[in-house]
Every structure is written in structure tokens, then in C-alpha cells.
Ligand binder design. Sequence first.
Ligand code: 8X3
Length: 253
Amino acid sequence: MNKTVLITGASSGIGEGCARKFASEGARLILNARSVDKLEALAQDLKEKYGTDSYIMPFDVRDRKAASEALASLPAEWQAIDVLINNAGLVIGVDKEHEGDLDEWDIVIDTNIKSLLSMTRMVVPGMVERGRGHIINIGSIAGDAAYPGGSVYCATKAAVKALSDGLRIDLVDTPLRVTNIKPGMVETNFSVIRFRGDKDKADNVYKGIRPLTGEDIAEVAYFAASAPEYMQIAEVLVMPTNQATGTIAYKKW
Ligand code: 8X3
């Protein structure tokens, strides 16, 4: 793939899966996450395995000024971003809506909604100018219906669906494409953060079922990005075979 791909939250989980998949297919990568060390290690690994050219952009996606400065300072040969993968996202806690911590929810809302929006706002105008581009948002099955303990997270992923659909409408008269990938159960660090570091509780989510991996979701993202230009994979709901909805899964204990 002869494309420049910017991935947010690239240092782990689905973001790292996407970095590895797109690298293995020959893309050039702009890797974003907070940790310089993790990004450097990933870039080095991708270089050794696939000969990938990576440009590292360490900043917290919630820091709009840092994001805008990083994008403005991209060397000329890295400025023509073809694919933006808005992956950075998280949830903290499983509290009820009337009981949770507003400061934690600010982090979730700022990351999952406002940062996705600001990256889109900053990167897409260049794509429109160049007449070429693809925005891949990592939404969630959680955006389809609220579930117990997920109120705010589900709301943020419903917002990702609305932002994806709205952007697709706004870009309908351009060659740009917008994809919203909505994963169900994917085993990453996601549940560890949801349960505030409690690894046992996080592991329990995936006991008795074979969850998807970041690499599985990366296959979907790559499929969408490599589809013919006239074909827009608008939305994909993807989950383990033994999962049916955000709350219904069959587990063999
Ligand atoms: C994460 C999937 O099942 O926790 O977006 O809603 S789930």
C-alpha cells in the first residue's frame, strides 16, 4: 500500500494492531501516542520487520495545541496524510451515571469525542485539498445501545457514529471516504483501564469466550482502506462469533 497513514493511540491494542498490519502491507506510518519510548520501540520493530518508514508524533490527543503544533511541524514529505485512523480512546470505571466521577468522565469524553473531532478537523482539510483521503474511526458496539455500567462510554461511541455519519455527509461531493468500525469484545488493555488496573476483573470479561484481538480489527481497517476508491465501507460491526450484542455473549465456563 503506497499510502501515508496517521494512527492515534498507536502504542497498544487496536492502534498497534493497525500499525503492524499497515506496515506489513508497505504503508508509511505517522505514529501517535503519549509515550515516546513505546512509539520509538514500535517504529524500530516495524523498521526491522517490514522496512517501514515511521514518523513519531508523541502527544496527548486531548492537548489540541500540541496536536496542532505537531501536525504543523510535519516535514513536507509527511504532510500528505492519506488515511487517518482515529483510534485513541478509553473508558474508566463501570459506574452508574448518577454516581460516577465527573473528572474521569471528562477524560473519557475529551479523548473519545473531542480529540477525534479535533484530529479530523486538523487533518481532513488537507485531504479535501488533495482530493484524496480516508478517515477510519474506531467506534464500538457500545455506540449502538447503552448497557449497564457503560452510560458515558456508550454515549461517546454513539457520538463517534454521529461524527462519522455527519462527516460522510459533509464529504459526499468529494473522493474522501469515512469508515466507522464498531468492535465488540476485543482483548487489549481496554478492560484493564476500565477496571482501574484490576487485571483479574479485566481477564474475567474474556473468560469462556474467544475475544477478538487488535490484529483482527486491523484486518477490517486495512480491508476498508484497500477497497477500490469507488467503494466506501461506511460501517462495520465486528465481534466474536459467540457475542450477539453489547450485553449478550455465550460463555463456556
Ligand atoms: C469496547 C467494546 O464490549 O466494552 O468498545 O462495549 S465493549
